[in-house]
Design a protein around this ligand. Structure first.
Ligand code: KIV
Ligand code: NA
Length: 265
């Protein structure tokens, strides 16, 4: 299998090929995920919660993401590597360019940033400077203080309308991938049909162009918090880490994950 490139993402959407993504934070997991068929690997700022033990992603720094990105990159042969811009590293276009340059130099091929609004200018700024960008809408964890917790987004009509407009604006600004986190399935499906950019869901239903799960959730580790609805323990099904990834990739590809039980109506 040849390595994934950025132009392959839009081509996959056109071909109806569903994308299977997982987070990883070190070379060991990255190597196994890559060999078992994951298309995309994300060095998420979720590492602040699952690896560092914080109760939000806000403490994560560019140094942290760059360190883990360099480790993960050494484990990959074909999966495309996306790295998160951590809290406030994207507060201005200039800061975002500086942080993104570091992450691409550490081995990422794309950076992900949360939200729309003033971030649209930043997306355009980065794309014009040869930084591929992934957007992230819905339950954006860096907005946890404003949200007052981790809650499903886009349930009310006005919020759904805004999410639709934001997704179109992110695609228009040049982003080449878009994550939907914890949004109702029907809304994610509608937007997925409306935009040319592949959408990746986590708690966003089966209508997205791909799925992502956080490593620790994927392996069924107890986080000390209530298990989110969208989490399915693939290790129980796959019998080994390699088997779990193969089961997950197959279920994403054939559309059997997520089902209604692992989505928000
Ligand atoms: O940080 C992360 O792991 C993420 C995914 C949940 C999409 O942003
Ligand atoms: Na993240």
């Amino acid at each position: 299998d040849k390595p994934w490139t950025i132009p392959d993402l839009a081509a996959a959407k056109r071909a109806g090929h569903k994308l299977a993504m997982l987070t990883a934070y070190d070379a060991g997991f990255a190597r196994v995920f890559d060999a078992a068929g994951a298309d995309l690997i994300l060095v998420g700022d979720s590492l602040g919660m699952v690896a560092q033990g914080h109760n939000s992603t806000l403490p994560v720094t560019v140094d942290d993401i760059a360190y883990h990105t360099a480790s993960v990159a050494r484990g990959l042969k074909r999966a495309l590597l996306v790295a998160d811009l951590p809290f406030q590293s994207d507060a201005t276009p200039e800061r975002a360019l500086e942080a993104s340059t570091r992450l691409l130099q550490a081995g990422a091929q794309m950076v992900k940033l949360e939200g729309a609004g003033h971030k649209l200018e930043t997306i355009r700024f980065l794309v014009e400077r040869e930084i591929p960008v992934c957007g992230h809408l819905g339950l954006t964890p860096q907005s946890v203080l404003r949200f007052g917790g981790y809650k499903v987004q886009g349930r009310e009509e006005a919020a759904a309308k805004k999410l639709r407009a934001d997704a179109a604006a992110i695609a228009d600004a040049g982003a080449q991938l878009l994550v939907f986190e914890c949004v109702p399935s029907a809304l994610a499906e509608t937007i997925t049909r409306e935009i040319p950019v592949p959408t990746i869901g986590i708690g966003a239903g089966p209508g997205c162009d791909g799925q992502v799960l956080v490593l620790h959730d994927f392996l069924g580790l107890d986080s000390g918090h209530r298990r989110p609805r969208f989490v399915k323990d693939f290790l129980a099904q796959g019998g080994s880490i390699d088997g779990a990834v193969r089961a997950y990739v197959a279920a994403v590809r054939d559309g059997s994950f997520p089902d209604a039980e692992h989505s928000y109506a």
